[in-house]
Every structure is written in C-alpha cells, then in structure tokens.
Design a binder for this molecule. Structure first.
Ligand code: NAD
Length: 500
C-alpha cells in the first residue's frame, strides 16, 4: 500500500513544501503527522492576490470556449488521479474511501459541466421601448475570486467554485481549511499539470494560500478580490459577510445546516431508514447536509426507530481506508468535545440518548472515533436548533403534518430538507411556497448527496449563496446592460422631452 508520502509524490507534490513548515498536517485516522507544511504570510497573500489580478486581466480576453479547454484538461487530469486524490482526502479528512473518491468524482462532474458552460455564457436581448434601439445584457468576468473552504469537503468545494470562476474568465485565490492543506496543495499541483498541457494560461490564474484565519482575512479585506465565496460555519460567515460588505465586495456564503427529514404515515419505511442512515452517519455526521433531525409521524415512529437502532448497531466504525467500514473518525478532539457537550445538553433537555460514546480508543489513542448517536427528544429543544458537526440524530414525533412542517422550518438554518411520503398532497405541500424553507427540498431521498447539476446552497443562517450547477455561474460574472441606438434620432426613455 502507498504511504502518504508516496501518494503526495505521485500527485506531483514537491517535498520541499511538506517539510520544515509550521502547519502540522495530521491524519484524523490515527493522529499521525503527515507533513509540516509551510504557511503563507499576509504579505505573501497580498502578492498572490496581485498575481491573480494580473492573470485575470489576460485571461478575460481568452474566448470562453478556449477557457473551457483548460478545465477539460483539468478534468482529464483528475480522472487520471482519482483514486490517489480520493485516498488523500480520506487520509486528511478521515472520509471512507468511497466518499473520498466520490468527492473527486464531484470535481470531475463540475469540470464537465463547466466545459459545456464555457459555450453557454449567454445574456438576454430585451425589447427596447425606443425605435431604432436594441437592448441586451452582456456578462463579464469579475476579476479575482477568493475561495475560503471548510475541512469536510476539502477538494470539491474549491472545484465547484474554481471550475465555474475560471471558465467565466476569473482568476482564483483559494484559502483551504488549515486542517486540510495537503489536499489543497495536491489540487494545485494537478491544476498546474493541466495548465502546462494547456500551454499559454497566465501564471497566477490559480493561487493557494496555506494558513489560518489571518490569510483568509487578507482575502476578505482586499479590494482586489471582487467576490469572496466562503464555505464553513455560520460563525465564520458572521465574520466574513459583514467585512466583505463593508467594502462593497460581493460575498457568496455556504454555511452550516441543520437538516431534517420528515417521515409521514404513508412512507416506505425501508427506503426512509436507508436514506436516514446514509444522511445521519455518512462522513461521520460531518457534512453540511448531514441529516440532524428526524421528524416522524407517531404512527410509524416506533417501527422506524427500531430499524434505525438495528442499522446503527451494525454500522462498522473504524479506519476509513478499510473498505469494510462505513463510519470514520471525527476530525479532531474539539469536534469530539462539542459532540459530548451537545449530548449532555440533550439529556438535560429531556432526551433519551443511545450511542455517542468514544470507541477504538485503545487502538487509536490519538484519534476520535464515536458511535453515532440517536437522541429521542420530547420536542425541538434548544440543543436541536444548533448544528453540532458530529453524528447526532435528534428524533421528534408529530401528529399533524402542519406541526411537522413548522418543526422542519423552526430552526435558524435552511440548507437541506427531505420528506419520505407516498401522499401526493404532503409531498407537494412540502415543495410549495408554504412548505420547506430550505435551499434544497427533496422527496423520497435524503438530505445529503446532492448532484452538481443543481444549484447548491441554503437560506437563513446558511447564508443564501448558491454554487455549482443551474445558473450559479452568474455569481462569478458581472452583468452589463447595453442599449445601442442605430437610429438617427435620440429619443429619451419614458418619452421625456428635454429642450426640444
Ligand atoms: P470553519 O468555519 O471553522 O472554517 C471554514 C474556513 O473559514 C476555514 O478555511 C477557516 O480558516 C476560515 N475562516 C474562519 N474564520 C475566518 C475569518 N474570520 N476570516 C476568514 N476566514 C476564516 O468551518 P469548518 O469547521 O472547517 O467546517 C465545518 C462547517 O462548514 C460546518 O458548519 C458545515 O456545515 C459548514 N459547511 C457548509 C457547507 C455548505 O455548502 N453550506 C459545505 C461544507 C461545510
């Protein structure tokens, strides 16, 4: 089996950036040190932003379909290195191998999408009220796009942003999570390979800044960075959003979720149980779209809970590199402590908790494996309304559908939601304006595992941003409205006569 160092070498990483640095990259699998990564200073961050601005000024003149060719080559490079990069995601973020590779597949998918998009960056033609006039919209690159990303999707979030931003004619400066610097450096090395094959892409088109909050703040405060796309906790969004707004920059926020599944009395319980288990314990509860709340009709609650307890009891927990395991470790001790604090609060608030304890501590004293928890709650208490980034499923029962909907919408976050039902009225009400208030609302599938073709993001404290598919590309461009007069007169809009 390849050692982490072999994988890094195969992905084209130069050992000089992996030794002697101040940022210690550790694997959550066993706490072992993977590398000592060099961090960027704030001054280096500013230089990177300047390089990116210069690159964007050349790149914006390259025809968009030609820009798409670079992303096509990058997608090809990713296909060649899918299993290695996926393994590195597992090593650094602790995802099971299938999910690590799945994340790289998401990168490949968004590259394919962006290549097609590079020939479809269209604007409208609009009827003018004035004779001999034409009105239209054109879309132009923004310049430099800053990307700040979270540890739990260490490669896909950057790809969602940068594949679109680059075909739209921008340069990208990326500040990955300080918990996952290696996957970021690997992505940068693979992108450099694609740049080399492409031939004449300007240096500085894609920059990576390794470090913590301070380098992130350099992006946030720089007037050169036209858009800051920030993915992470609501706490981070509360800091970043107002700071970017202060300088009238654009901001795209993808923040925490508190996602619920409603299970109605007519639901296919087999499907529901599978959807809930994948959503609640997949990625050890560390997805923004993780199912954190189950709102179940009282008539099916006992049976569904029985199935869930059975599935939880048999879910293999352990080293995510071993393909037999379904639940890997939490990212670190802070995360474990936050889970224990939430479970204590749940008990204090009347909850009956099963699971949640640390496991495999003898085998992995420096890693944090837990048994996923189910907490049956007397109602949607305070702790249920917070996102705890760990595998805790809060279960609430309901009698009336209206109460279930009120519970679903009764939290500050608004990312993903789902209903399992075979009742058309319930399903359509859930999707209607009076239904789920989330950015993602699903019927008979769970809350996690979105496809890249749709716009991804959420409402309320999730931040309102949309990334990935549909028309999310517009976030990375500015719109100009153009009116062209091809007549010999100068009529004014609204029929105004001015000095005639
Ligand atoms: P985090 O908020 O701790 O960190 C995210 C990133 O923000 C990191 O790169 C961090 O260095 C940076 N950062 C933090 N404060 C900053 C500041 N003041 N200025 C600039 N940069 C700053 O989040 P995390 O623990 O890495 O990730 C988990 C969180 O991310 C969860 O809340 C999860 O729901 C959320 N998330 C959301 C989505 C989404 O699409 N909605 C996707 C993935 C993760």
């Amino acid at each position: 089996m390849d050692t982490p160092q072999d994988i890094l070498r195969n992905l084209g990483l130069n050992s000089s950036v992996l030794t002697g640095g101040t940022l210690i990259a550790r694997s959550p699998i066993d706490g072992a040190e993977l590398a000592q990564v060099r961090e960027h200073t704030v001054a280096q961050a500013h230089s990177a932003i300047t390089r990116a601005r210069q690159a964007s000024q050349a790149w914006r003149d390259v025809p968009a379909p030609r820009r798409g060719e670079l992303i096509r080559l990058f997608g090809e490079t990713l296909r060649q290195h899918k299993s290695e990069l996926g393994r590195l995601v597992s090593l650094e973020a602790g995802k099971i191998v299938a999910e690590g590779e799945g994340e790289v597949q998401e990168m490949i998918d968004i590259c394919d999408f962006a290549v097609g998009l590079s020939r479809q960056l269209y604007g409208l033609t609009i009827a003018s009220e004035r004779p001999g006039h034409r009105m239209m919209e054109t879309w132009h690159p923004l310049g430099v796009v800053g990307v700040i990303s979270a540890f739990n999707f260490p490669v896909a979030v950057w790809a969602w942003n940068s594949a679109l931003a680059i075909v739209c004619g921008n340069a990208v400066v990326w500040k990955p999570s300080e918990k996952t610097p290696l996957t970021a450096l690997a992505c940068q090395a693979l992108f450099a390979q694609a740049m080399q094959r492409f031939g004449d892409a300007p240096a500085g088109l894609s920059e990576v800044l390794i470090g913590g909050r301070e380098v992130g703040e350099a992006l946030v405060d720089s007037h050169t960075v036209a858009l800051v796309s920030a993915t992470g906790s609501t706490r981070m969004g509360r800091q970043v959003g107002p700071r970017v707004a202060q300088r009238f920059g654009r901001v795209l926020l993808e923040l925490g979720g508190n996602n619920a599944i409603i299970v109605g009395p007519t639901a296919d319980l087999d499907m529901a149980a599978r959807g809930i288990v994948f959503g609640a314990i997949g990625t050890a509860g560390q997805r923004c779209t993780t199912t954190r709340r189950l709102i179940v009709h009282e008539s099916v609650a006992d049976e569904l809970l029985q199935r869930l307890h059975k599935a939880y009891a048999s879910a293999p927990i352990g080293n995510p590199l071993d393909s037999g395991n379904l639940v890997g470790p939490l990212i670190d001790r802070v995360s474990f402590d936050a889970m224990q604090t939430a479970l204590t609060a749940a008990r204090e608030q009347g909850g009956k908790v099963t699971g949640g304890e640390r496991v495999l501590a003898d085998q992995y004293p420096d890693a944090w494996y837990v048994r996923p928890a189910i907490a049956e709650m007397p109602g949607q208490t305070d702790v249920v309304c917070h996102e705890t980034f760990a595998p805790i499923l809060y279960v609430m029962r309901y009698k009336e559908f209206g109460d279930a909907l009120a519970m679903q919408n009764g939290v500050p976050q608004g990312l993903s939601s789902a209903i399992f039902t075979n009742d058309l009225r319930e399903a359509e009400t859930f999707l209607s304006a009076a239904g789920s208030d989330c950015g993602i609302a699903n019927v008979n599938i769970g809350t996690s595992g979105a496809e890249i073709g749709g716009a991804f993001g959420g409402e309320k404290e999730t931040g309102g941003g949309r990334e990935s598919g549909s028309d999310a590309w517009r976030n990375y461009m500015r719109r100009a409205t153009n009116t062209i007069n091809y007549s010999r007169n100068l009529p004014l809009a609204q029929g105004i006569k001015f000095g005639e």
